[in-house]
Design a protein around this ligand. Structure first.
Ligand code: GDP
Length: 311
């Protein structure tokens, strides 16, 4: 299947987020018209507002990258926001897409939809095979419902709509708040500030031994445009880099990019979290997409952006 994006009207829902922003940037090369609508234009939690907005804007395709997102603490303390708001946002958009006959829709989830103890690397068919990680199950349940709603529209109405599940992301537009950020932006900021202050040590949470997979958001956006054009199947599809790195190695790579040698101090009062989290992206790679930059190159360009624009 090839869906030609040229001259199509493509709504990037959530264009102010890291993923939506990257998708909007990437779509500029496709000769399509990119539609954006901030919260002041349409409140995505409001069903009639979304319906009205869709009636006016009439997109040919939608990338559904709008969601309430946050780290472990936010998820744990505001479960209603993460479950209810995400259910509403996706149901409203998918409903209106059906009402106005939108040809293509790409729904985005995350790797947290998979069971806590899923075998690694995590393949798509691990979905719903075991209990979720309790700290983010609110977000995960909403995202699983989204995947199922897309599948239900495929089954009942023959829609050519799809879902993709990205691994841990980084890049422009990331969250650099040290309390709520993920490890890569946190360590980038810590090394940068240590260099500015001349500190001799940088604190790394946990043991440094956990393994994580990282993908630059612009590589994700490239994969998503590929899927929008070429993928049409009931099953959601994983999008990862396939490369694992230990937190210690990540810290050393970041030190090199920032150009600052400091002693790594491992803070064992902080949790390691899951020892390993790697997606199996072989289905995506078998389709012909495998366009991942190296972690060092990705961190380097991200750091250049930070030096230019600030955190
Ligand atoms: P996770 O992938 O859901 O576990 O989320 P994180 O990206 O927050 O953490 C990944 C790993 O990096 C964990 O083992 C953390 O303990 C470790 N880590 C090391 N230093 C930091 C830091 O400064 N911030 C964060 N968030 N994690 C860190």
């Amino acid at each position: 299947m090839t869906f030609d994006l040229k001259d199509k009207r493509v709504w990037v829902a959530g264009h102010r987020g890291m993923v939506g922003g990257a998708v909007a940037r990437r779509l500029q090369a496709e000769g399509c018209e990119i539609i954006r609508a901030g919260r002041e234009v349409v409140d995505l939690v409001d069903q009639s507002a979304v319906h009205e907005w869709m009636a006016e804007s009439r997109p040919d395709a939608i990338v559904l990258a709008a969601a309430k997102v946050g780290g472990i603490h936010a998820n744990d303390t505001r479960p209603v926001d993460f479950l209810h708001d995400n259910l509403m946002i996706q149901a409203n958009i998918i409903d209106a897409a059906h009402a106005f006959d939108v040809a293509r829709l790409l729904f985005l989830g995350s790797s947290c939809i998979y069971p806590k103890l899923a075998p690694q690397p995590i393949s798509e068919d691990s979905l719903l095979t075991g209990p979720l990680e309790p700290t983010n199950e609110w977000y995960a349940i909403a995202k699983i419902a989204g995947i199922k709603l897309v599948q239900a529209h495929r089954k009942q109405h023959g829609r050519k709509w799809i879902s993709a599940m990205p691994t841990n992301l980084y890049g422009p537009g990331d969250n650099y708040d040290l309390q709520s950020s993920h490890v890569l932006p946190a360590l980038l900021r810590k090394f940068h500030e240590a260099k500015q202050r001349g500190d001799t040590e940088v604190v790394v949470w946990g043991s440094g031994r956990p393994l994580r997979e990282f993908l630059h958001c612009d590589d994700l956006a490239d994969a998503l445009v590929f899927l929008l054009k070429n993928y049409d199947d009931d099953e959601h599809i994983n999008v990862g880099s396939g490369v694992e790195v230990s937190i210690r190695d990540l810290a050393e790579t970041i030190a090199e990019v920032v150009g600052y040698e400091a002693k790594l101090v491992f803070d064992s009062s902080k949790p390691d979290g899951t020892p390993r989290k790697l997606m199996d992206s072989s289905r995506l790679h078998a389709l012909g997409w495998n366009n991942v930059r190296s972690l060092k190159d990705g961190i380097r360009s991200t750091y250049e952006g930070v030096l230019r624009d600030g955190f």
